[in-house]
Write a protein that binds this ligand. Sequence first.
Ligand code: TRP
Length: 362
Amino acid sequence: MSNKIILTGDRPTGKLHVGHYVGSLKNRVELQESGEYDKIYIMIADAQALTDNIENPEKIRENIIEVALDYLACGLDPNKATIFIQSQVPELCELSFYYMDMVTVARLQRNPTVKNEIKMRNFEASIPVGFFTYPISQAADITAFKATTVPVGEDQLPMIEQTREIVRKFNQVYSEVLIEPDVILPSNKACLRLPGTDGKAKMSKSLGNCIYLSDTEEEVRKKVMGMYTDPTHIKVSDPGHLEGNTVFTYLDAFCKDEYFAKYLPDYANLQELKDHYTRGGLGDMVVKRFLFNVMQEEFEPIRNRRKEFEKNIEGVYEILRKGSEEARKVAMNTLAEVREAMKINYFDDDELIKSHKEKYNN
Ligand code: TRP
């Protein structure tokens, strides 16, 4: 049977936060532990991060180790997954260059994720070409490893669709070299996009509304206690609302029934807590304190593992170096097949020389 291969990754533009954890990292570790995959590649997408950070190379450079530490802290295991740095696999650039011939400008302009990001960054008329074409580069990332499975957040769906189109085009024009990947989205709805602690739709460093995996216990406590809830829930007796109530969104994402027995035994599960809150008579502080305990359960082990890896930075760089070497070998193999299919493998093709000798009668 054919191999099952995972590829996914992150841009190293900052430390990873609990939104990353619940939206992708947790899922990745589960996939890694499922034993169902023959290969798992986790890529730190530094080259992609540079597409809109060209004046900020230091930022990318500093964050590679942070992201790697966050990965290892969450339980990604270099013995089971290949963790590598995108720029250290130059074959990905080569592959992107060939794919550029298979995608129209109009098609890229229709990509909703790129459209949205252009707006968010106020690029409008001054979009770097590399940024505009990053869906193509992402297709190269995925296909160079013949990934069958790409676990990502929903915002990445248009990238996978673009990848599938490129694969179909390539295989139809040349030969069946590439694999069409499938997506795995996080299963818990609250995990599709965790809001910031201020209730804003997106966690972002510049808004200061993130809870990072590397935050200390005290930082997490402060952030949870300051979280946005329901502005109309003023007195404890007031009926509360769950919609847009960040504390409850976080509980949807992180809470397990067992935590009630341990920390809030008056309730059997989240539904009972929600019912009480909407009825009125349940104060925000009780819910926040409970959420803090839940966050402790989920993130304290991760924080501790991170501290262990922080003691061995050289070792972490060694993991990245070895991973990048291995990834490069795999990408080189795919590129050899791609070049052959595209008939640009001149020096590996004895038939070519023979036929041209015959053409010139020698
Ligand atoms: N675009 C992804 C992000 O912003 C990172 C990424 C780059 C990626 N190449 C990839 C994800 C390939 C999955 C597959 O998070």
